[in-house]
Design a protein around this ligand. Structure first.
Ligand SMILES: Cc1cc2nc3c(=O)[nH]c(=O)nc-3n(C[C@H](O)[C@H](O)[C@H](O)COP(=O)(O)O)c2cc1C
Length: 194
């Protein structure tokens, strides 16, 4: 077993440890629309639920290497809306590829043939094949860290889901370290325990 104080570690090592030790992370495949109407789709795994009343989610969006805003951040800041699409095994490769650095005018969904359909309450469309999507409006954006990251807090205003997801999460994908992923294959139900 190794040990260290965080401040003693080089940043690269610290990042590698966080990426590999905080696992599996849920994946938010986020669709947004720019102010000009261009659709953007990108994955984020520094993502989680915060509260259910009201239903709040958080996603932490970093900067590009050149310090500029990622399209998702820019669109969210401009329009105040985003949609989180749940990723299952059949969508894994396409989701991963939308994480590449596409130019702002590129439509990742179109290039990768990811079919979209209208959302209920917000402008960004949802991924048609996704088994669930959470439509969000921005509640707060908290800049954190030295770069800094945009920690976006969104309130869920509408949802679309396949009913079977409430009984089983089989097939839902999570992020591990590096380019490794996992897929829910086994569920252990402890509901018989008090
Ligand atoms: C599975 C996965 C998870 C990712 N998680 C994050 C994340 O939590 N925060 C982040 O800033 N970038 C994350 N990325 C990288 C972004 O998806 C990538 O920078 C993407 O190009 C951003 O696209 P955009 O400029 O269209 O918003 C992740 C990439 C992948 C493949």
């Amino acid at each position: 077993m190794k040990s260290a104080r965080a401040f003693e570690l080089p940043q690269q090592t610290l990042s590698k440890l966080i990426f590999n030790l905080v696992v599996p992370r849920p994946i938010a495949w986020i669709s947004t629309v720019s102010i000009e109407g261009a659709v953007n789709l990108a994955p984020f795994s520094f993502y989680n639920a915060i509260t259910t009343k009201p239903p709040l989610l958080m996603v932490s969006i970093g900067k590009r290497k050149d310090g500029s805003l990622k399209d998702t951040s820019k669109n969210i800041k401009e329009t105040g809306e985003f949609v989180v699409n749940v990723v299952t095994r059949n969508l894994l490769e396409k989701m991963h590829l939308t994480g590449r650095d596409y130019p702002p005018q590129a439509n990742e969904a179109e290039e990768l043939q990811v079919e979209l359909e209208p959302s209920i309450c917000v402008k960004p469309p949802r991924v048609k094949e996704s088994p669930a999507s959470l439509e969000c409006v921005v509640k707060e954006i908290v800049p954190l860290g030295s770069t800094p990251m945009d920690v976006v807090i969104g309130e869920v205003v509408a949802l679309k889901w396949k009913e079977e997801l409430l009984d089983t999460s089989k097939g839902v994908v999570g992020r591990l370290g590096g380019k490794r992923y996992c897929c829910v294959a086994e569920e252990i139900d402890l509901s018989h325990l008090k």
